[in-house]
Write a protein that binds this ligand. Structure first.
Ligand SMILES: Cc1cc2nc3c(=O)[nH]c(=O)nc-3n(C[C@H](O)[C@H](O)[C@H](O)COP(=O)(O)O)c2cc1C
Length: 331
């Protein structure tokens, strides 16, 4: 009942999509979501090509289904970005998702190589530009989203505006944690849902246990938008995180140019005010790192298996849609 045309393009059974969360969405999580019939993006922002190769190999070891890689051109040094794109093309990665400032050149290169290109957007104008550049699927991100937030509008305001303008399948992202949320956006005409925060609190996510636990404990009003976590990204980028000592201003001015090491990952320093979130592979002062979470966090109350979370959301969405009549026609 949830199956929409976008499922044919992405090669999945149900239109529930794991967001390409940097650091968090690795092969274990992509494999579990794919196994449940959904679609998964590896979050590979700024990751070395060797890790992309390794993670792609691991996904292919557990599924024959399609999957994707998420990249952020604006937050990646040009040489590394070129190498990442070359690797995705050479590895025949079926789908690539791009986010933040649109790079029409990157879209064109990927399309010419036969890769399906998905762009996450935060406004109608961005949606139009992405489609003109060649995006075959749009993800509309509402301001409720966890992590970097591109747009200013709530999802249920922005989604109908983009749907009215778009000529390609549209997915919705931001604050979606339950089947009823998925039913709501599909009733409006979205072909599926992109899940971030709901998938952090799973056994398979690469987030550190501290992050998973903070998500489980957080209430509905536990998040805030801030630009304090800025090292590694273009300036003035806002992220939605759980409130902590950084968002409360206890570490001073984030923009005074100091570099304070608060953790490490395989010899790489993790700086205070950087965009790094606590991962399994890190040690350090997690409390002062970015605990990304969307506004749906209050309805995530346990760490469970990713397969179970996807299946539960899908079953609840089907039940919620049963009484609502046919879904709007879509491309
Ligand atoms: C921990 C975390 C990391 C994220 N990293 C990325 C990323 O690297 N690339 C990207 O396109 N989006 C990223 N996002 C944003 C997601 O694509 C998506 O918009 C968001 O998770 C949807 O909102 P939700 O978290 O409320 O489900 C991230 C989100 C989270 C929570």
């Amino acid at each position: 009942m949830l199956r929409r045309p976008v499922c044919d393009l992405l090669g999945c059974e149900i239109p529930l999509v794991l967001a390409g969360m940097g650091g968090v969405a690795r092969s274990e999580l992509v494999g579990a979501v794919t196994g449940a019939g959904g679609f998964g993006f590896l979050g590979m922002v700024r990751e070395p090509v060797a890790l992309i190769r390794e993670e792609v190999r691991k996904v292919r070891a557990c599924t024959e289904r399609k999957f994707g890689v998420n990249l952020i051109p604006a937050a990646t040094a040009p040489d590394l970005l070129n190498a990442q794109i070359d690797a995705c093309i050479e590895l025949r990665v079926p789908v690539v998702c791009l986010f933040w400032a649109l790079s029409a050149d990157v879209v064109r290169r990927l399309r010419e190589a036969g890769v399906v290109v998905v762009c996450q957007v935060g406004s109608v104008q961005e949606a139009r530009e992405a489609e003109t550049a060649g995006a075959q699927v749009l993800i509309v991100q509402g301001r409720e989203a966890g992590g970097h937030v591109r747009g200013l509008e709530p999802l249920l305001v922005l989604l109908p505006e983009v749907l009215a303008a778009a000529r390609v399948p549209v997915l919705a992202a931001g604050g979606l944690s339950e089947g009823a949320d998925v039913a709501n956006i599909m009733t409006l005409g979205a072909q599926g849902a992109v899940l971030g925060t709901a998938m952090i609190a799973t056994h398979e996510s690469f987030a550190h246990g501290v992050h998973k636990q903070r998500i489980v404990e957080a209430g509905a009003d536990g998040t805030t938008l801030t630009d304090a976590f800025h090292i590694n990204w273009p300036p003035h980028a806002r992220v939605r995180v759980l409130r902590n000592s950084v968002t409360l201003g206890e570490h001073g001015d984030p923009f005074d140019g100091r570099r304070t090491v608060i953790g490490e990952e395989a010899g790489r320093p993790i700086y205070l005010f950087s965009t790094d979130s606590p991962l399994r592979s890190m040690t350090g002062d997690f409390e002062a790192m970015a605990f990304y979470a969307g506004k749906g966090v209050g309805r995530i109350d346990a760490v469970i298996g990713a397969r179970e979370r996807v299946q539960r959301i899908a079953a609840d969405a089907v039940a919620a849609l049963r009484d609502r009549g046919p879904l709007p026609a879509s491309f």
